[in-house]
Design a binder for this molecule. Structure first.
Ligand SMILES: *Cc1c(COP(=O)(O)O)cnc(C)c1O
Length: 578
């Protein structure tokens, strides 16, 4: 038997973290020299912070997995004093989305105020509060002030965005020093956190170290994790903006000159300077790493090391399914697949799959009580009906409209199998095109007598709804335009919760061969649409056929579990870094 998982070796899973915790890495990683992780986005509402999507969920999963693996880990992120929610209103068959902004108070979430640090901007000195929360071997350090604004507020090239990024980088670096911490590694979760590495370079270069040594040192200890595909599409800042927000925070003239030299014309892309300051670089799936097209300042193509994203299985998997994985010896105490887990998965029967899923249907129904549908009504799905779900940010490349390309065809399939289609996802505020697409889609559904009864949209997508849809649904749809999804983690939650996956071969899904799930194929969109309907029929039929159901779920788990495991991801990072 041969399996298609990408983990080179999983024999030593239990031993790995034990070894790290005992001696292997103690020289390099310790409480005073922690793994530091920098992110503008962090999605962990339990600790008060609502994110926007996958980038933030990844950061939160990294921290939780580090905590469970007992790794000294510090996550530095802003605490945004306000968060966005999305509402939807129907007026005479027309659907309108609206944003609601709610204040958030860090004091309600157990954070401790440490001190203030400051940065210099054109407005003079800005005081930033440093707050922290310790969770096991990990710490969340946040930078905040009343005027910090919201996540992704304003234009990506705007002054306020640059201010937020400079505040996190320079403010966060000072915050570490307040606590006597010296990062063993600085992982930059995308280029908006570049300024943290710049702050380190400046500190080294202005405190006696030779400038070139300081560059080498910073480069060797900085990991740039890329989630984007096309450098050309990236936002740029101007030299004039840097003069107002960045240069005033630098002490070393050599660093100032180094930075000024990176501008082409009057502009700079953060990726260009991040590549220069980080020798370690990773991408978030195998396909993404192959496709990412980045060049350094000399014009050479940049190589990214593939480390496919994973999820914190203990957060995202329903307790009864988690219990099954543990009892059968499929996952170890770090939620890493054990030796020969593939054979142990063979014990799974259709009857068991149905029983485990049925229990979680209640979780979904209960959760839906606090998420009204597009008509403002509460939905309860009958126990014996099947559920198909689609949940993710409402952005063009993820193609939320694809299943609705032929409304009659979709309606016919849903009726034939007594299935409901639930979907959720927020539109990025200010994205007029997708706002209209959502309204149009909801109008099509409203005007169709069958779809109106079987398709429901939930406007205020978040972690809780994501979890409920994953544990309670039978089938999940993930159809990004091939080549555009960096990894995606929503589908991982679905597979780990024994859902049947329909997906294009994109992002992390493409780490495995396409016969391990219902693969949507086609060179042109028209063919992909027919393929999608065919997959949907087959996936629904599999829930009425014990042999098919067992076969598909086992195949998914045998091939995807090692990828999905967040501890596998952390292990891959540690192997790459140390
Ligand atoms: C899991 C999750 C995501 C991840 O989204 P992808 O598009 O699959 O990367 C985003 N948002 C929320 C709320 C989630 O729970």
């Amino acid at each position: 038997m041969s399996f298609d998982h990408p983990v080179d070796s999983i024999e030593d899973t239990e031993g790995f973290f034990d070894a790290i915790n005992r001696h292997h890495l103690t020289k390099k990683l310790s409480t005073d020299n922690p793994y530091t992780y920098w992110s503008m986005e962090y999605y962990d509402k339990e600790n008060g912070i609502r994110g926007g999507g996958g980038l933030g969920v990844l950061a939160a999963d990294m921290r939780r997995v580090a905590e469970k693996s007992n790794i000294p880990f510090v996550l530095i992120t802003p605490f945004y004093p306000s968060e966005q929610h999305q509402k939807i209103k129907e007026i005479d068959g027309k659907f309108e989305t609206a944003s609601v902004h709610q204040p958030v108070d860090y004091k309600k979430y157990g954070y401790q105020f440490i001190d203030t640090v400051n940065i210099k901007t054109e407005k003079g000195i800005v005081n930033l509060e440093v707050i922290k929360k310790k969770l096991g071997s990990t710490t969340i350090i946040c930078i905040t002030e009343p005027g910090f604004g919201e996540l992704y507020a304003g234009e990506s090239t705007g002054d306020h965005r640059l201010y937020q990024e400079v505040a996190l980088g320079f403010g966060g670096y000072q915050a570490l020093k307040l606590g006597g911490l010296k990062p063993a590694i600085m992982q930059l979760n995308e280029v908006a956190t570049f300024f943290a590495a710049l702050a380190r370079l400046d500190e080294l270069a202005s405190s006696g170290m030779d400038f070139y040594e300081a560059v080498v040192y910073t480069r060797k200890h900085t990991l740039y994790t890329n989630h984007t595909l096309v450098q050309a599409a990236e936002a740029q800042f101007t030299l004039e903006q840097f003069k107002r927000f960045v240069f005033p925070n630098l002490r070393s003239n050599a660093v100032k000159k180094w930075l000024a030299d990176k501008f082409e014309g009057n502009r700079v892309k953060l990726s260009t300077i991040t590549i220069e300051i980080a020798e370690l670089r990773s991408g978030v799936s195998k396909l993404h790493t192959r496709l990412a097209n980045y060049r350094d300042q000399a014009g050479n193509k940049v190589k990214f090391h593939p480390i496919t994203n994973g999820i914190d299985i203990s957060k995202w998997v329903a307790p009864n399914i988690l219990n099954f994985y543990e009892k059968e010896g499929i996952l170890d105490k770090y939620y890493l697949p054990r030796d020969q887990f593939e054979q142990k998965i063979e014990t799974l029967t259709a009857e068991k799959i149905r029983a485990l899923k049925q229990e979680n249907r209640n979780v979904l129904n209960e959760t839906l009580n606090s998420y009204p549908n597009q008509y403002g009504k509460i939905v309860t799905i009958p126990d014996d009906a099947l559920i198909v779900e689609y949940k993710r940010r409402f952005v063009a490349y993820k193609r939320p409209e694809l299943p609705f390309s032929d409304p009659d065809h979709l309606a016919k399939i849903l009726e034939e199998f007594d299935a409901y289609y639930l979907f959720s996802g927020r539109v990025h505020e200010g994205d007029d095109k997708m706002t209209k697409k959502l309204s149009d889609l909801l109008a099509i559904i409203n005007n169709h007598p069958i779809l109106k009864k079987r398709v429901f949209y939930f406007a205020d997508y978040d972690e809780k709804l994501s979890y409920a849809l994953s544990v309670g649904s039978n089938i999940s749809i993930n159809v990004p335009k091939v080549g555009l999804e960096a990894c995606g983690t929503s589908w991982m939650k679905d597979v780990a919760n024994l859902g049947v996956l329909i997906s294009t071969a994109d992002g992390g899904v493409a780490d495995c061969a396409n016969n391990n799930y219902y693969c949507v194929k086609g060179q042109v969109e028209e063919d992909e649409i027919s393929s999608l309907y065919q997959c949907l029929k087959e996936a629904l039929a599999s829930w009425n056929n014990d042999f098919e159901l067992e076969y598909m779920i086992k195949r998914e788990l045998q091939n995807f579990l090692p990828i999905i495991s967040g501890a596998r991801m952390l292990k891959d990072y540690l192997n790459y870094l140390f």
